[in-house]
Design a protein around this ligand. Structure first.
Ligand code: PGA
Length: 241
């Protein structure tokens, strides 16, 4: 499976940040690839079109960070999967822990969003992860598997990516051991089925990327902070090639 290296810019980036996309594209073109890798950038909604333009004709693929489950309508402030597709998105993150926490998104809504992605011809990246409490209680695998089972698309089949992001590792600089990652990924792969890439996310940096990406069951990474600067992001991509 071709590894997927996905950048999640979160609520970061004004118009000049599109220069980072050009720098990533230039870096990819300049470095001789030892192996295939798919590179995705998920900017905030305001930057979808300029990032699409900066990525046009390059190896960088565009994705969204969230979508609504409905196609269109009276949902002030929301963006549909069709709108993301219209802006050039090929993927959309759904169920990120920050949305589960700050926007109270539930599994049933995330499942509907994943269905909406398929309806719009986009690949959903379904995120799951345990709390620190669940990890300490020895319930991480159980919690994450239950979350994924309830968050998968219900009404549609189509291409799918899963991201394992332990909540306590997101933005903290703390990462699970490779043994812990491998254990969860094995469980998620069994649930998601063959051909589904399972990414690891949570404090991935150029310094730890090679070890994480070499862990059994890890098919790529979802990167927050270290995706904002082309140099860091390229360092992680290099570890995947
Ligand atoms: P981080 O974020 O790389 O900054 O820890 C990962 C994510 O939230 O996708």
């Amino acid at each position: 499976m071709t590894p997927l290296i996905a950048g999640n810019w979160k609520m970061n980036g004004l118009h000049p940040a599109t220069a980072e996309v050009s720098a990533v594209a230039a870096g990819l073109a300049a470095a001789p690839a030892r192996g295939e890798v798919e590179v995705l950038i998920c900017p905030p909604a305001t930057l979808m079109f300029p990032v699409r333009d900066a990525a046009a004709g390059t190896a960088v693929v565009l994705g969204g960070q969230n979508c609504h489950s409905e196609r269109q309508g009276a949902f002030t402030g929301e963006v549909s999967a069709e709108m993301l597709a219209d802006a050039g998105a090929k993927y959309c993150i759904v169920g990120h822990s920050e949305r589960r926490e700050t926007c109270s998104e539930r599994n049933v809504e995330i499942s509907a969003k994943a269905d909406a992605c398929h309806r719009a011809g986009i690949t959903p990246i379904v995120c799951v992860g345990e709390t620190r409490w669940e990890r300490n209680a020895g319930k991480a695998v159980q919690a994450v598997a239950a979350m994924l089972a309830a968050s998968l698309p219900e009404e549609s089949t189509g291409p799918l990516v899963v991201a394992y992001e332990p909540i306590w590792a997101v933005g903290t600089g703390v990462v699970p051991s490779t043994g812990e990652i491998a254990e969860v990924h094995a469980a998620l792969k069994a649930l998601a089925g063959p051909g589904v890439r399972v990414l690891y996310g949570g404090s991935v940096k150029p310094e730890n990327a090679a070890e994480i990406l070499a862990t059994p069951g890890v098919d790529g990474a979802l990167i927050g902070g270290a995706s904002l600067k082309a140099e860091d992001f390229l360092g992680i991509i290099a570890a995947a090639r």
